[in-house]
Design a binder for this molecule. Sequence first.
Ligand code: MG
Length: 329
Amino acid sequence: VSSPPGEFALIERLLSRLGRPRRAILGPGDDCAILRPTRARQLFTIDSLVEGVHFRLTWGTPEELGARALTVNLSDIAAMGGVPTAAVVNLAVRSGLNLAFFERIYKGLGAAARASGVEVVGGNVTRADQLAITIALLGEVRGGAMRRDTARPGDTIYVTGTLGDAAAGLRILSRRLHGRGAARVFLVGRMLRPTARLKAGQRLAQIRPAPAAIDISDGLWQDLGHILERSGVGAEIDASALPLSDAYRATVGDDPALALGGGDDYELLFCLRRELAPSALSRRLGVMVTRIGRITAARGATLVGTDGARGRRIPAVAGWDQLRSRSGA
Ligand SMILES: [Mg+2]
Protein backbone atom coordinates (compact mmCIF):
# COMPACT_ATOMS: atom_id res chain seq x y z
CA VAL A 1 0.00 0.00 0.00
CA SER A 2 2.93 2.36 0.34
CA SER A 3 6.07 2.95 -1.65
CA PRO A 4 8.06 -0.15 -2.60
CA PRO A 5 11.09 -1.07 -0.46
CA GLY A 6 13.51 -0.15 -3.20
CA GLU A 7 12.28 3.39 -3.28
CA PHE A 8 12.33 3.57 0.49
CA ALA A 9 16.01 2.67 0.50
CA LEU A 10 16.67 5.32 -2.12
CA ILE A 11 15.08 7.98 0.07
CA GLU A 12 17.37 6.89 2.88
CA ARG A 13 20.36 7.12 0.58
CA LEU A 14 19.33 10.66 -0.33
CA LEU A 15 19.70 11.60 3.31
CA SER A 16 23.24 10.29 3.41
CA ARG A 17 24.13 12.51 0.47
CA LEU A 18 23.43 15.60 2.56
CA GLY A 19 26.32 14.92 4.89
CA ARG A 20 29.79 16.14 4.04
CA PRO A 21 31.65 15.41 7.24
CA ARG A 22 33.83 18.32 8.32
CA ARG A 23 32.84 18.93 11.89
CA ALA A 24 31.64 15.36 12.24
CA ILE A 25 34.15 12.53 12.60
CA LEU A 26 31.55 10.18 11.17
CA GLY A 27 28.51 11.34 9.22
CA PRO A 28 25.45 9.43 7.96
CA GLY A 29 25.65 5.68 7.31
CA ASP A 30 26.37 4.19 10.72
CA ASP A 31 24.17 3.66 13.75
CA CYS A 32 25.16 7.07 15.08
CA ALA A 33 27.09 10.07 13.89
CA ILE A 34 30.28 10.89 15.78
CA LEU A 35 30.91 14.57 16.51
CA ARG A 36 34.18 16.14 17.55
CA PRO A 37 34.35 17.31 21.16
CA THR A 38 34.04 21.04 21.68
CA ARG A 39 34.63 23.36 24.60
CA ALA A 40 31.58 25.50 23.79
CA ARG A 41 28.22 25.15 25.52
CA GLN A 42 25.83 23.08 23.42
CA LEU A 43 22.30 24.13 22.47
CA PHE A 44 19.98 21.31 21.44
CA THR A 45 16.51 21.75 19.93
CA ILE A 46 13.91 19.86 17.89
CA ASP A 47 10.90 20.81 15.79
CA SER A 48 8.53 19.15 13.30
CA LEU A 49 6.59 20.20 10.24
CA VAL A 50 3.53 17.96 9.80
CA GLU A 51 1.37 17.88 6.68
CA GLY A 52 -2.12 19.16 7.40
CA VAL A 53 -0.92 20.80 10.61
CA HIS A 54 1.94 23.08 9.50
CA PHE A 55 1.75 22.91 5.72
CA ARG A 56 -0.14 21.70 2.68
CA LEU A 57 1.72 20.49 -0.39
CA THR A 58 -0.32 22.79 -2.61
CA TRP A 59 1.08 25.89 -0.90
CA GLY A 60 4.63 25.85 -2.13
CA THR A 61 7.49 23.81 -3.57
CA PRO A 62 9.15 20.77 -1.96
CA GLU A 63 12.41 22.77 -1.89
CA GLU A 64 10.72 25.47 0.20
CA LEU A 65 9.33 22.83 2.54
CA GLY A 66 12.74 21.23 3.09
CA ALA A 67 14.37 24.59 3.78
CA ARG A 68 11.58 25.69 6.12
CA ALA A 69 11.91 22.50 8.19
CA LEU A 70 15.47 23.53 9.01
CA THR A 71 14.71 27.25 9.37
CA VAL A 72 12.18 26.74 12.17
CA ASN A 73 14.96 25.01 14.13
CA LEU A 74 17.60 27.59 13.17
CA SER A 75 15.29 30.23 14.59
CA ASP A 76 15.38 28.59 18.03
CA ILE A 77 19.19 28.61 17.93
CA ALA A 78 19.06 32.27 16.82
CA ALA A 79 16.78 33.12 19.76
CA MET A 80 19.48 31.97 22.18
CA GLY A 81 22.32 33.66 20.33
CA GLY A 82 23.89 30.44 19.10
CA VAL A 83 25.74 29.20 16.04
CA PRO A 84 24.00 26.15 14.51
CA THR A 85 26.30 23.21 13.89
CA ALA A 86 24.84 19.74 13.25
CA ALA A 87 21.42 18.26 12.55
CA VAL A 88 19.72 14.88 12.30
CA VAL A 89 16.56 14.49 10.24
CA ASN A 90 13.59 12.16 10.59
CA LEU A 91 11.39 11.89 7.54
CA ALA A 92 7.92 10.37 7.95
CA VAL A 93 6.89 9.25 4.48
CA ARG A 94 3.33 8.58 3.38
CA SER A 95 2.23 6.81 0.22
CA GLY A 96 1.51 8.72 -2.95
CA LEU A 97 4.78 10.67 -3.05
CA ASN A 98 7.57 9.75 -5.43
CA LEU A 99 11.34 9.80 -5.23
CA ALA A 100 11.59 13.00 -7.27
CA PHE A 101 9.51 14.76 -4.63
CA PHE A 102 11.91 13.72 -1.86
CA GLU A 103 14.92 14.66 -3.96
CA ARG A 104 13.49 18.17 -4.11
CA ILE A 105 12.82 18.28 -0.34
CA TYR A 106 16.44 17.26 0.27
CA LYS A 107 17.68 19.80 -2.24
CA GLY A 108 15.95 22.60 -0.32
CA LEU A 109 17.07 21.24 3.04
CA GLY A 110 20.64 20.81 1.83
CA ALA A 111 20.82 24.36 0.47
CA ALA A 112 19.48 25.78 3.76
CA ALA A 113 22.00 23.68 5.69
CA ARG A 114 24.95 24.88 3.59
CA ALA A 115 23.81 28.50 3.84
CA SER A 116 23.72 28.31 7.64
CA GLY A 117 26.85 26.20 8.13
CA VAL A 118 24.91 23.18 9.40
CA GLU A 119 26.06 19.61 8.79
CA VAL A 120 23.31 17.02 8.42
CA VAL A 121 25.08 14.15 10.14
CA GLY A 122 22.36 11.52 10.12
CA GLY A 123 18.74 10.66 9.73
CA ASN A 124 15.97 8.17 9.68
CA VAL A 125 13.09 7.38 7.34
CA THR A 126 9.83 5.89 8.54
CA ARG A 127 6.49 5.09 6.98
CA ALA A 128 3.54 7.10 8.30
CA ASP A 129 0.02 8.24 7.47
CA GLN A 130 1.14 11.84 7.16
CA LEU A 131 4.22 13.41 5.67
CA ALA A 132 6.35 14.97 8.41
CA ILE A 133 9.87 16.35 8.65
CA THR A 134 11.42 16.42 12.10
CA ILE A 135 14.84 17.94 12.66
CA ALA A 136 16.95 17.94 15.81
CA LEU A 137 19.60 20.64 15.70
CA LEU A 138 22.73 21.30 17.73
CA GLY A 139 24.27 24.72 18.19
CA GLU A 140 27.00 26.37 20.20
CA VAL A 141 27.17 29.49 22.32
CA ARG A 142 30.57 30.96 22.99
CA GLY A 143 29.53 33.49 25.62
CA GLY A 144 26.26 33.54 27.53
CA ALA A 145 23.08 32.29 25.91
CA MET A 146 19.99 34.50 25.73
CA ARG A 147 17.18 33.05 27.80
CA ARG A 148 13.50 33.67 28.47
CA ASP A 149 13.84 34.03 32.24
CA THR A 150 16.07 37.09 32.53
CA ALA A 151 13.68 39.99 31.75
CA ARG A 152 13.52 42.62 34.53
CA PRO A 153 11.09 45.51 35.21
CA GLY A 154 12.22 48.58 33.28
CA ASP A 155 13.73 46.59 30.38
CA THR A 156 12.89 47.94 26.93
CA ILE A 157 11.22 45.48 24.53
CA TYR A 158 12.23 45.33 20.87
CA VAL A 159 11.44 43.17 17.84
CA THR A 160 13.34 42.57 14.61
CA GLY A 161 11.77 42.91 11.15
CA THR A 162 8.02 43.23 10.64
CA LEU A 163 5.21 41.26 12.25
CA GLY A 164 2.13 39.50 10.92
CA ASP A 165 3.42 39.01 7.38
CA ALA A 166 3.52 35.21 7.52
CA ALA A 167 0.07 35.07 9.16
CA ALA A 168 -1.28 37.23 6.33
CA GLY A 169 0.52 35.00 3.81
CA LEU A 170 -1.01 31.91 5.40
CA ARG A 171 -4.48 33.44 5.12
CA ILE A 172 -3.87 34.28 1.47
CA LEU A 173 -2.73 30.68 0.80
CA SER A 174 -5.81 29.27 2.52
CA ARG A 175 -8.07 31.77 0.73
CA ARG A 176 -9.22 33.54 3.86
CA LEU A 177 -7.65 36.81 2.76
CA HIS A 178 -7.34 38.39 -0.65
CA GLY A 179 -3.90 39.59 -1.65
CA ARG A 180 -2.69 40.95 -4.94
CA GLY A 181 0.44 41.85 -6.84
CA ALA A 182 3.78 42.43 -5.12
CA ALA A 183 2.16 42.54 -1.66
CA ARG A 184 0.75 39.04 -2.14
CA VAL A 185 4.11 37.70 -3.35
CA PHE A 186 5.90 39.24 -0.35
CA LEU A 187 3.45 37.98 2.29
CA VAL A 188 3.23 34.45 0.87
CA GLY A 189 7.03 34.41 0.61
CA ARG A 190 7.33 35.34 4.28
CA MET A 191 5.18 32.30 5.12
CA LEU A 192 6.87 29.80 2.79
CA ARG A 193 10.47 31.05 2.99
CA PRO A 194 11.06 32.41 6.49
CA THR A 195 14.47 33.71 7.56
CA ALA A 196 16.06 32.76 10.86
CA ARG A 197 17.72 35.80 12.46
CA LEU A 198 20.98 34.01 13.24
CA LYS A 199 23.37 36.97 12.81
CA ALA A 200 21.10 39.27 14.80
CA GLY A 201 20.83 36.70 17.59
CA GLN A 202 24.58 36.18 17.76
CA ARG A 203 25.23 39.93 17.92
CA LEU A 204 22.50 40.45 20.52
CA ALA A 205 24.06 37.78 22.73
CA GLN A 206 27.23 39.89 22.96
CA ILE A 207 25.35 42.68 24.77
CA ARG A 208 25.84 42.70 28.57
CA PRO A 209 23.82 41.86 30.51
CA ALA A 210 22.57 39.29 27.99
CA PRO A 211 19.11 40.28 26.74
CA ALA A 212 16.09 38.08 27.46
CA ALA A 213 14.97 36.81 24.06
CA ILE A 214 12.62 34.50 22.19
CA ASP A 215 11.84 33.86 18.55
CA ILE A 216 8.32 34.71 17.41
CA SER A 217 6.98 31.42 16.09
CA ASP A 218 3.51 31.36 17.66
CA GLY A 219 2.75 35.09 17.53
CA LEU A 220 4.05 38.13 19.40
CA TRP A 221 1.45 38.02 22.17
CA GLN A 222 1.90 34.35 22.95
CA ASP A 223 5.70 34.35 22.72
CA LEU A 224 5.96 37.53 24.81
CA GLY A 225 3.81 35.65 27.33
CA HIS A 226 6.51 32.94 27.58
CA ILE A 227 9.11 35.57 28.54
CA LEU A 228 6.78 37.19 31.08
CA GLU A 229 5.89 33.87 32.65
CA ARG A 230 9.46 32.60 32.84
CA SER A 231 10.78 35.92 34.14
CA GLY A 232 7.92 36.59 36.58
CA VAL A 233 7.24 40.05 35.17
CA GLY A 234 4.64 41.90 33.05
CA ALA A 235 4.76 44.12 29.99
CA GLU A 236 3.19 47.14 28.39
CA ILE A 237 3.08 46.97 24.59
CA ASP A 238 2.32 49.95 22.36
CA ALA A 239 0.06 48.64 19.57
CA SER A 240 0.74 51.73 17.46
CA ALA A 241 4.48 50.97 17.51
CA LEU A 242 4.23 47.47 16.04
CA PRO A 243 6.27 47.22 12.82
CA LEU A 244 3.89 46.48 9.94
CA SER A 245 5.21 46.01 6.41
CA ASP A 246 3.83 48.00 3.49
CA ALA A 247 2.50 44.71 2.10
CA TYR A 248 0.70 44.04 5.40
CA ARG A 249 -0.89 47.51 5.39
CA ALA A 250 -1.90 47.18 1.74
CA THR A 251 -3.52 43.79 2.33
CA VAL A 252 -4.72 43.74 5.94
CA GLY A 253 -4.94 47.47 6.71
CA ASP A 254 -3.86 49.12 9.97
CA ASP A 255 -5.45 46.51 12.23
CA PRO A 256 -2.54 45.00 14.19
CA ALA A 257 -4.48 41.81 15.04
CA LEU A 258 -2.35 39.54 12.83
CA ALA A 259 0.87 41.24 13.95
CA LEU A 260 -0.06 40.49 17.58
CA GLY A 261 -1.65 37.09 17.22
CA GLY A 262 -0.28 35.55 14.02
CA GLY A 263 2.66 33.13 14.04
CA ASP A 264 5.42 31.93 11.70
CA ASP A 265 7.32 35.23 11.40
CA TYR A 266 10.51 33.89 13.05
CA GLU A 267 11.57 37.37 14.08
CA LEU A 268 13.27 37.92 17.45
CA LEU A 269 11.75 39.62 20.47
CA PHE A 270 14.29 40.82 23.03
CA CYS A 271 14.50 42.89 26.20
CA LEU A 272 17.40 45.25 26.98
CA ARG A 273 18.33 46.52 30.43
CA ARG A 274 19.96 49.60 28.93
CA GLU A 275 17.79 51.29 26.31
CA LEU A 276 19.46 51.65 22.92
CA ALA A 277 18.22 53.63 19.90
CA PRO A 278 16.45 51.37 17.38
CA SER A 279 18.50 52.91 14.56
CA ALA A 280 21.80 51.99 16.26
CA LEU A 281 20.48 48.51 17.05
CA SER A 282 19.34 48.06 13.45
CA ARG A 283 22.87 48.80 12.22
CA ARG A 284 24.44 46.54 14.83
CA LEU A 285 22.10 43.59 14.16
CA GLY A 286 21.85 44.00 10.39
CA VAL A 287 18.06 43.97 10.46
CA MET A 288 15.40 46.59 11.21
CA VAL A 289 14.71 46.85 14.95
CA THR A 290 11.62 48.48 16.52
CA ARG A 291 10.97 49.43 20.15
CA ILE A 292 7.50 48.17 21.08
CA GLY A 293 7.18 48.45 24.85
CA ARG A 294 8.54 47.97 28.33
CA ILE A 295 8.76 45.25 30.96
CA THR A 296 6.78 46.04 34.12
CA ALA A 297 6.79 44.70 37.67
CA ALA A 298 2.99 44.29 37.51
CA ARG A 299 2.22 40.84 36.05
CA GLY A 300 0.31 40.36 32.80
CA ALA A 301 0.59 42.06 29.45
CA THR A 302 -1.14 45.33 28.68
CA LEU A 303 -1.75 46.67 25.20
CA VAL A 304 -1.92 50.45 24.94
CA GLY A 305 -2.72 52.67 22.00
CA THR A 306 -5.39 50.50 20.39
CA ASP A 307 -8.38 52.57 21.32
CA GLY A 308 -7.81 55.67 19.23
CA ALA A 309 -7.04 58.97 20.94
CA ARG A 310 -8.21 57.78 24.33
CA GLY A 311 -5.35 55.27 24.60
CA ARG A 312 -7.31 53.08 26.97
CA ARG A 313 -5.40 50.29 28.59
CA ILE A 314 -6.55 46.85 27.63
CA PRO A 315 -5.18 44.24 30.00
CA ALA A 316 -4.65 40.91 28.35
CA VAL A 317 -4.06 38.39 31.05
CA ALA A 318 -5.61 35.39 29.37
CA GLY A 319 -3.94 35.65 26.01
CA TRP A 320 -4.64 37.10 22.65
CA ASP A 321 -8.09 35.60 22.05
CA GLN A 322 -9.50 37.35 25.07
CA LEU A 323 -7.74 40.55 24.15
CA ARG A 324 -9.20 40.31 20.68
CA SER A 325 -12.78 40.03 21.87
CA ARG A 326 -12.35 42.90 24.34
CA SER A 327 -10.80 45.24 21.86
CA GLY A 328 -13.28 44.28 19.18
CA ALA A 329 -10.42 43.77 16.73
MG1 MG B 1 11.23 29.18 19.73
